[in-house]
Design a protein around this ligand. Structure first.
Ligand code: ZN
Length: 384
């Protein structure tokens, strides 16, 4: 029987007082569960507080999946460049199955990133920029806003901001854009500022659950009296940067570099430019003139979340000088992680780990209006 010696760390029922791990809570052993697909036997438990029955499987990252061996492979492939259909053909599943596995991997990666960075104070200066990409068609561009440590290349977080299509257009394209805006609305003019403000809150005001940090609690190097953030001259960055203040009264000094400056390693924005290049290299949906673009912004967010995990924790910081990951240099992890480490246990969502807009991302609540009703969301059986 699998899981006989397993000790559940908390109750999986989000409405139970024991959903938060406590030292005193114990589950009672309560029979077994036989998996119909292969007859495998699992230990079952019952919460002494709320009576919820659950099994060893409830605490596995691949719970409810039928083809479990596929899960880490499909997730790993999400940062190796293929489109969803290419990945599906390679593994003998549909593009929809690939998307669902990516979404599940994303949810685990997001929580893991928040657990590991919770309480870690960044000690370096940052490069911040929005990389332009689109959902559904080129009439629906959006920014993925990235904030990257300039010394470590650690990607501290990302948010998204829908944009209005601009730039050169033919008369036909312009009238098509106008018609689409009448039917589905025009993105909020302040969406970029809002996205940047949210990103700064997430990256520079870490709030975490120290109890969930899994032994990687490294003392942060002491931060300076202010944060230094390098950006290009995008006017929408100014207000959120000026208005930011953390709980200790620290503000941000913005240093602007022209967007036209050569994108060399000597450019102060090099770290975010490099992340942009690597993201487009690793994920087909962001390449220019591609047919692999994301149909939903939500799907792009999920893939970007896997990119973040891979870039920070799995990939060497420099391929020429292997041996340390960006997370190790940033003091967030003490060793290189793998997809296997990420999926070693199921990570449960907790309110304090997922402030907005991360909760919307987690629950797949970012809708693409033109696709209408019926868009996939995460059913919150055990969430929040
Ligand atoms: Zn319970």
């Amino acid at each position: 029987m699998v899981g006989r010696d397993f000790i559940p760390p908390h109750c999986p029922n989000r409405h139970c007082a024991c959903y938060a791990p406590t030292a005193t809570w114990r589950a009672a052993r309560d029979g077994t569960f036989t998996r119909p697909s292969d007859g495998e036997l699992f230990q079952c438990f019952r919460c002494r507080r709320c009576g919820r029955r659950f099994s060893f499987r409830t605490f596995q990252a691949d719970y409810w999946l039928r083809r479990r061996s596929l899960f880490p492979n499909l997730v790993a492939w999400a940062v190796e460049g293929p489109g969803l259909r290419q990945s599906g053909r390679r593994h003998g599943v549909s593009a929809d199955t690939v998307a669902r596995h990516i979404a599940r991997g994303f949810r685990q990666a997001l929580i893991c990133h928040r657990e590991l960075t919770g309480g870690v104070r960044p000690w370096e200066s940052f490069a911040l920029d929005g990389i332009e990409t689109f959902e559904y068609s080129q009439y629906f561009p959006f920014h993925l806003n990235l904030i990257v440590g300039r010394a470590t290349h650690f990607l501290w977080g990302f948010t998204e901001s829908p944009l209005r299509r601009k730039g050169r257009m033919t008369a036909t394209q312009r009238s098509r854009r106008d018609a689409l805006e009448v039917a589905f609305g025009c993105p909020d003019r302040s969406a970029v500022s809002t996205g940047i403000a949210a990103l700064l809150r997430l990256a520079l005001r870490p709030q975490g659950n120290p109890g969930a940090r899994g032994g990687l609690n490294q003392a942060p190097k002491s931060p300076g009296a202010e944060f230094i953030v390098h950006t290009d001259g995008h006017p929408a960055y100014r207000r959120p940067i000026r208005e930011f203040v953390d709980e200790q009264g620290r503000r941000i000094r913005q240093i602007v570099t022209s967007g036209k400056a050569p994108r060399t390693p000597w450019n102060p924005l090099f770290a975010v430019n490099a992340a942009d290049t690597l993201l487009r290299h690793a994920q087909a949906n962001h390449r220019r003139e591609t047919i692999a673009f994301s149909k939903r912004r939500q799907a792009a967010i999920e893939r970007a979340g896997l990119f973040l995990f891979w870039r920070n924790y799995i990939k060497w910081r420099s391929e020429r000088e292997p041996g340390s990951t960006a997370a190790m240099v940033a003091g967030v992890a003490d060793r290189q992680l793998s997809w296997r480490d990420l999926f070693a246990r199921r990570r449960f969502p907790r309110t304090e780990l997922l402030p907005q807009p991360l909760r919307d991302y987690y629950c797949a609540w970012i809708y693409t209006p033109i696709l209408g009703p019926g868009q996939r969301v995460h059913r919150l059986l055990h969430a929040f």
